[in-house]
Design a protein around this ligand. Structure first.
Ligand SMILES: Cc1cc2nc3c(=O)[nH]c(=O)nc-3n(C[C@H](O)[C@H](O)[C@H](O)COP(=O)(O)OP(=O)(O)OC[C@H]3O[C@@H](n4cnc5c(N)ncnc54)[C@H](O)[C@@H]3O)c2cc1C
Length: 427
């Protein structure tokens, strides 16, 4: 292990300016690396709706000066979530009090939170190049790079591929093209003003300027969650349901209000009222893509690493997709900083080793949480309502990715070196 010379910073090329790419870029700039961030979108779009950051990624935001203050007015603030059965019977309230010491959570509009993080990256001198679609990745023993649609080639010491669930970089890492699969579920999602909710006595309480509300209705193979924020002026809802249609996924795919209502036929009138209060152009239909866990996140020459959804798409019921993508970005940067420019290949291998088991264990919680809700026997749930509370794991949420990476880097690098020596000896 050597430390990087200040006169020759590590040159990092990052593909994708989602939360994985931006976090990696910020964490790399904090360590003095040169960073080029390529994003295919021509503009920084305010796309998406509600997104959740648990206290494990909340602590990453808290380390970035000014970011907490910018996020606070945008985010949802409540101390718990009310659960109802699909027919409207109140089941229980899950409060987050016991996990306060784990740190602060941030839940809000993806586009608005993204803008805050983007601005922080720019303030640190991250060179973000919009309209830069990557069409090819390459690597040699001594460098890695990409080719843009324009034909321009950009290379560096390493490439961090944060190009999302439809990652192109997976092909060079895997050596073949793997196709995303349907998870068997889709989500109608909406973000809207609360004006219409105020007009209906059933829903008016949600537009409370004093208190943010968070409520969920659960039924067989469907769940509906609603949250209000920004002093009762904004509302977001998500309706996860069975879906066997094809898996083409786009955040801008329009959803249909009547189809959403059909998915909750016979449910409590308030659920229908919330959906029907939604302007038709505010609903998207998002097919949930799933991919088998990858055997590796790192390319054959160990100069390209997948981070975020490119490495491991999450089901929303894990409530950890964005958080894990940020943990990846921080971990990769810490590893590169500790390894230094001459040892970036070691850094990427250690990054993978540190992240792999944790990410897959957290990913699995998305399946267990969803099945706990969707496959519940609701007669039994009514006898034991607490059974549908979300498990809150301290190993997931009370975790500091940066501290952890610093702590285990050396031992992990050593273990990898020993593994390599054993394999060589056996040949
Ligand atoms: C537009 C959008 C809206 C979303 N809205 C929500 C939401 O409301 N709620 C929620 O929970 N999750 C949402 N997600 C998903 C969520 O952001 C991610 O699951 C999570 O944050 C992990 O982020 P990521 O950076 O790994 O991937 P992503 O957030 O998917 O970011 C990947 C980035 O890579 C870029 N990219 C892809 N291919 C290329 C290429 N070839 N060349 C250059 N750039 C490329 C994409 O344009 C994108 O900006 C959204 C994702 C996107 C892209």
């Amino acid at each position: 292990m050597s430390s990087s010379s200040p006169s020759s910073p590590i040159k990092v090329v990052i593909v994708g300016a989602g939360f994985a790419g931006l976090t990696a870029a910020i964490s790399c700039r904090e360590r003095g690396f040169s960073v080029t961030l390529l994003e295919s979108s021509p503009t920084r779009r305010q796309l998406g709706d509600i997104i959740s950051f648990g206290s494990n990624s909340g602590r990453i935001f808290l380390r970035w000066p000014g970011v907490e203050a910018a996020l606070d007015p945008l985010c949802h603030h409540s101390d718990g979530l009310n659960f109802y059965a699909y027919d409207g019977d109140f089941l229980c309230r899950q409060v987050w009090d016991s996990e306060k010491e784990w740190g602060k959570r941030f839940n809000g509009h993806r586009g608005e939170i993204h803008e805050v993080v983007w601005n922080h990256a720019v303030s640190l001198g991250v060179d973000i190049r919009l309209g830069s679609k990557v069409i090819q990745y390459f690597e040699t023993e001594s460098k890695a790079g990409i080719v843009l649609k324009t034909g321009e080639r950009i290379s560096g010491d390493v490439v961090l591929a944060a190009d999302g669930v439809r990652s192109l970089a997976r092909t060079i890492v895997l050596g073949f093209e793997d196709k995303p699969q349907s998870s068997g579920y889709a989500v109608y999602r909406a973000w809207m003003d609360t004006d219409k909710l105020k007009e209906n006595p059933l829903t008016a309480y949600l537009a409370d300027p004093q208190v943010d509300h968070h409520e969920g209705w659960l039924g067989p193979d469907v769940h509906f969650l609603v949250a209000t924020l920004q002093k009762g002026t904004k509302c977001s809802w998500v309706l996860t349901h069975k879906d066997t249609a094809d898996i083409e996924e786009s955040w801008s795919a329009p959803g249909d209000i009547e189809d959403a209502v059909k998915a909750v036929e016979g449910w409590a009138p308030i659920v229908h009222a919330i959906i029907r209060a939604t302007p038709p152009d505010r609903v998207v239909d998002w097919k949930l893509v799933f991919r088998d866990p990858l055997p590796t996140y790192v390319s054959p020459q160990s100069r390209i690493a997948l981070i975020g959804d490119a490495a491991h798409p999450f089901l929303p019921t894990s409530i950890q997709g964005a958080s894990q993508s940020m943990e990846d970005g921080v971990t990769a940067a810490v590893c590169l900083g500790l390894a230094g420019k001459e040892n970036v290949q070691e850094a990427l291998k250690v990054y993978e080793k540190i992240r792999y088991e944790r990410v897959h264990a957290v990913q699995q919680t998305g399946v267990t949480n969803r099945d706990n809700w969707h496959k519940a026997d609701f007669d039994e749930v009514k006898k034991n309502p607490a059974s549908i509370k979300l498990p809150r794991y301290d190993w997931v949420l009370n975790f500091d990715a940066q501290e952890h990476a610093y702590k285990v880097y050396e031992e992990t690098a050593k273990a990898l070196q020993e593994e390599k020596t054993e394999v060589t000896a056996a040949l």
